[in-house]
Ligand binder design. Structure first.
Ligand SMILES: NC(=O)c1ccc[n+]([C@@H]2O[C@H](COP(=O)([O-])OP(=O)(O)OC[C@H]3O[C@@H](n4cnc5c(N)ncnc54)[C@H](OP(=O)(O)O)[C@@H]3O)[C@@H](O)[C@H]2O)c1
Length: 266
C-alpha cells in the first residue's frame, strides 16, 4: 500500500467510497493522479474499490469507519494523516443516508432523525474539524461536500434528510469564509436523483411489484420529480463536477452550491 510519502502524489480523502457516487469519485480521483483514502463500513466493497485504484498505480488507504461514531472518525483520521504524512489536497464528503423515506414528522422517531444528522452533517463537521486546519496551514486545499437538491427545497416526507442537507450547506458556506483567506475552497454539490445501484434496485423492485417495466417506473419518477431535462443523473455527472472543482477550473470558486439535477431547482 504505497503512501503519499513514497510517491509525492496529491492526496484525496473520500467518504462514501465503498458504493455509489463516492466510489466513482474515488476511482476518478485516482485516475487523475491522486493517492486516495477511501472510507466506508463495508470492507469487501472498499477492497473492490481499492483494487481498482491500485490498478491505476496510485496509493490507496481503505478505512473502515462508522461515521456515526465520533471516536472511530478520530482514530481513522489519525491513521489517514499518518499515511499521508500530514498532506491532504482534496476532501470529498460523499457518505450519506436517505433516512426515513415517507413518514411525516410525528411518524418517525428521534433515533432515525439523529442517525441522518450524524451521518450527513455531523460526520463532515468532525472530518473538517481535523482536516481543514491541516489544509489551511498548508495554504491550499479543496473541500467538496455532496449534499442534495433536497438541501435547496423542502419536500414532504423527507424532513430529516432535507434538514441534514440544508445544514451541510450552512456548514460549507461558513467554512468557505473561514478557510478562504488561507487559499482553501469549500463547495457544495446538490445532486438530484442519481442512477446508482441502490436507486436502480429500488426502481427494479417497484417495477416488479407493479408489473411494469423499469423504464416506465423511472419515467414516472422523473415526471413526478419535475425534472426539466427528463432524465436522472449518472454518477459521471457528479464525478465531472468534483474533478472540475478539484482541478484548475475550481481555483476561484468557493462557498457555492452547484446544483446538478437536470433542472428541478430552477
Ligand atoms: N443517489 C441519489 O439519488 C442521491 C441524490 C442526491 C444526493 N445524493 C447524495 O450523494 C451522496 C452519495 O450517495 P449515493 O446514493 O451515491 O450513495 P450510496 O450508494 O447510497 O452509498 C452510500 C455511501 O455512504 C456510506 N455510508 C453511509 N452511512 C455510513 C456510515 N455510518 N459510516 C460510513 N459510511 C457510511 C456507505 O458506505 P457503507 O455502507 O459501506 O458504510 C456508502 O459508501 C450522499 O451524500 C447522498 O445523500 C444521492
Amino acid at each position: 500500500m504505497a503512501s503519499p510519502a513514497d510517491t509525492a502524489a496529491p492526496v484525496a480523502f473520500v467518504t462514501g467510497a465503498s458504493a455509489g457516487t463516492g466510489a466513482e469519485i474515488a476511482r476518478a480521483l485516482a485516475g487523475e493522479g491522486y493517492d486516495v483514502a477511501i472510507v466506508g463500513r463495508r470492507q469487501a466493497l472498499l477492497d473492490d474499490v481499492a483494487k481498482d485504484i491500485k490498478a491505476t498505480g496510485r496509493g490507496v488507504l481503505p478505512l473502515t469507519i462508522d461515521l456515526m461514531d465520533a471516536n472511530a472518525i478520530d482514530k481513522g483520521l489519525d491513521k489517514f494523516l499518518d499515511w499521508s504524512n500530514g498532506r491532504v489536497d482534496v476532501v470529498v464528503n460523499a457518505a450519506g443516508i436517505p433516512g426515513p423515506l415517507s413518514p411525516d414528522i410525528g411518524g418517525y422517531g428521534v433515533d432515525a432523525f439523529d442517525a441522518v444528522i450524524a451521518t450527513n452533517l455531523r460526520a463532515p463537521f468532525l472530518i473538517l474539524s481535523r482536516l481543514l486546519p491541516v489544509m489551511r496551514a498548508r495554504g491550499s486545499g479543496r473541500v467538496i461536500n455532496i449534499g442534495g437538491n433536497h438541501g435547496m427545497r423542502g419536500r414532504a416526507g423527507r424532513s430529516s434528510y432535507s434538514a441534514s442537507k440544508w445544514g451541510l450547506r450552512g456548514l460549507s458556506r461558513s467554512a468557505a469564509l473561514e478557510a478562504g483567506p488561507d487559499g482553501v475552497t469549500v463547495n457544495y454539490i446538490a445532486p438530484g436523483p442519481i442512477a446508482i445501484p441502490r436507486m436502480q434496485a429500488m426502481w427494479a423492485s417497484k417495477a416488479e411489484a407493479a408489473g411494469q417495466s423499469t423504464d416506465t417506473v423511472v419515467d414516472d419518477y422523473v415526471a413526478a420529480m419535475g425534472i426539466a431535462l427528463g432524465r436522472t443523473n449518472l454518477p459521471a455527472d457528479i464525478v465531472a463536477m468534483v474533478l472540475f472543482l478539484a482541478g484548475p477550473g475550481g481555483r476561484n470558486i468557493t462557498g457555492q452550491e452547484l446544483v446538478i439535477d437536470g433542472g428541478v431547482i430552477v
